[in-house]
Design a protein around this ligand. Structure first.
Ligand SMILES: [Zn+2]
Length: 210
């Protein structure tokens, strides 16, 4: 599961790159040879909508969706566009300031981006795995997080139709990371005290440099 060493929401575009290089891929940093100028512009446009660490909405528990109307479908399509533009593999509504239980994700590059509404983790396998995660809301920061390797998630789609996801590995990790967002929980809340402290230091230094 080498791909899991890469960021959770930041797409593992170039598996050969180190976590440090990958961190640069998350913001408007130095040279990013894997993205064209057009892709970089689109990513910057998308990232401008993503709330960053320190924004209180990221600590907010999102509310269940009860209306499955055209507005919800527009919101879901917008989130799909933003996630794709940001070159991410997952995005929760709270990350774009919407306090509703909606997430989108795609862990296989050629698959459609799936909308998961009102998700509930119905079952967690006992097996645990620690891997490095990144977050579009905390670009440039990576921390180790222990997650269940296998989960089953019950949800509804944007028309309100129920479905179930049996997920393993990276897909299970992304779903747990995004569902955490809907509960106001960040990856920093799930790592060690030492890594959290180090991550906060990195975050402050990056901001001071901007
Ligand atoms: Zn995240």
């Amino acid at each position: 599961m080498a791909s899991e060493a890469d960021a959770t929401e930041q797409s593992p575009i170039e598996p050969a790159r180190s976590a440090c290089d990958d961190a640069q891929a998350a913001d408007a940093g130095p040279v990013e040879p894997q993205l064209s100028a057009e892709e970089r512009r689109r990513r910057d446009d998308a990232m401008a909508h993503v709330r960053r660490l320190g924004d209180p909405v990221l600590k907010t528990r999102a509310l269940p969706v009860s209306r499955f109307d055209a507005e919800l479908r527009r919101q879901v399509d917008w989130m799909r566009d933003l996630m794709e533009g940001a070159v991410g593999v997952g995005l929760a509504a709270t990350q774009v300031g919407i306090v509703e239980r909606v997430l989108v994700y795609r862990t296989e590059p050629e698959s459609p981006i799936v909308a998961v509404i009102n998700p509930e983790i119905e079952w967690r396998g006992e097996e645990l795995e620690t891997a490095e995660e990144g977050c579009l809301s905390i670009p440039g920061v990576h921390v180790d997080v222990e997650r269940n390797v296998h989960v089953r998630v019950g949800a509804v789609d944007e028309t309100g139709t129920p479905f179930t996801i049996e997920a393993s590995g990276l897909e299970a990790r992304v779903l747990q990371h995004e569902i955490d967002h809907l509960d106001g929980v960040l990856m920093l809340d799930r790592t060690t005290r030492e890594q959290k402290r180090e991550a906060m230091r990195t975050w402050r230094e990056r901001h001071a440099a901007e």
